[in-house]
Design a protein around this ligand. Sequence first.
Ligand SMILES: [Zn+2]
Length: 458
Amino acid sequence: MAVALLLVLVAGTVASASTEAMTLRVELPMAATLPPPEPGVAPAASAIVPGSVHRTSMKVSATYDVRVRLGIAARTVSGRAQLTVENRSGGGIDRLELNTVMARLGGLHLGQTTVDGVAVRPVIDDQTIVVPLGGVLPDGASAVVVVRFRATLRTSITGSSWLFTRANGISNLYRWIPWVSRRTPFDRPNHGDPFVTPVSPKVTVTYVTDVPVVIASTGQRTAISADRLTQEFTATDVRDITTAISTYRTTSATVGDTVVRVFYRPGAPASALLTAAKSALSKLEARLGAYPYPTLKIIQSAGGYGMEGPGVAWIPTGVGSSNLTYLVTHEVAHQWFYGIVGNDQAREPFADEAMTDFVARYVLGMRRASRCATAALDRSIYRYGSTCYYEQVYIQGGNLIDDARKKMGSATFWGAVRGYLADHRWGLSHTKTLLAALDDATSLNLRSWWGSRFPTLY
Ligand SMILES: [Zn+2]
């Protein structure tokens, strides 16, 4: 079918003088030099082959080129995400599963979606856009997927709304770019993060706004128009783009080779945030190794919870001064556990939250006992209650890791942690991989001591 269509289009160029037709005519001699395609094989322009394998994978290398138009007061978000995806999964795939909170929080509408220029029919399932590839993308082959979207920011910070809202003069867009992921339920009984995001080697986002604004985004700003309404950001080795927009003021300082910049609105404790971030970054780098990006942005968000993004920490409007240093340190520590080494945050929250909270409380000297009953630490976020999720995964999990440190000795422990970070840099790891990295670094048998806390793993 596709071959026949191509011939019709080429024949049509003979009588046409349009620019588009000229392009097609140029392709004719090139096509003529190729061997004739086998029946049923797609044109050489696409690597997609007919058929189905009922398989997808996160083991793809995806670059993202996104253009988004934002109506600030109207809270409108519309744009186009172009993904160039190379299949590295070891087998064919016939669909992509793209995560975006716009599907659950933004009233997402999809415009035309294409794969190598051919329109396909995506399906929205919970927070996942399932994009059929129109055939099978073989291992090692690439395709270009374009998703057009339209959504509206919420107006409150209640429930999960703070992830995709405009409130307190700040637009929050968390986990919004349709991103290669694993199909994961959005609803959960606590504030757990229902996200799984593999790292992209390169992302470009062009923001177009209807009024001049300050954009606090993952990545580095690489261009701004004279009218300040168009701003381009690029990022390398990131597992998300996290965006907050306001009429921010900024204040910054340098730690080693990193610029720490606080984005804040009048009334926010900017200097306390900057002090906490500088201290957190230098203490964490001393234990964990170098922070990977040129800038670290501490951003006043509309509200809700503290939140991590690559190169970014969101601190909610109105955070209490007694909680500020801890919250900043926790979110900065996520740059290593979530950022450098990722994990399935929905199904294995221990891997990032327990490690993150352990290191934050360790460098601050803030360890404390849990206020909830002892629980297993290997559950998904869907299986902890709202009251005790934090106390069990963060506090009990962090205390277990600190006990391991004491048993192993600090030097051995931190060496094992740095080895784990190096071995799984930019990957997606697991709770068991983290525990094994600690256990393997010592002659002690740690698993006989902690095994009962992870009944599905030991
Ligand atoms: Zn956290």
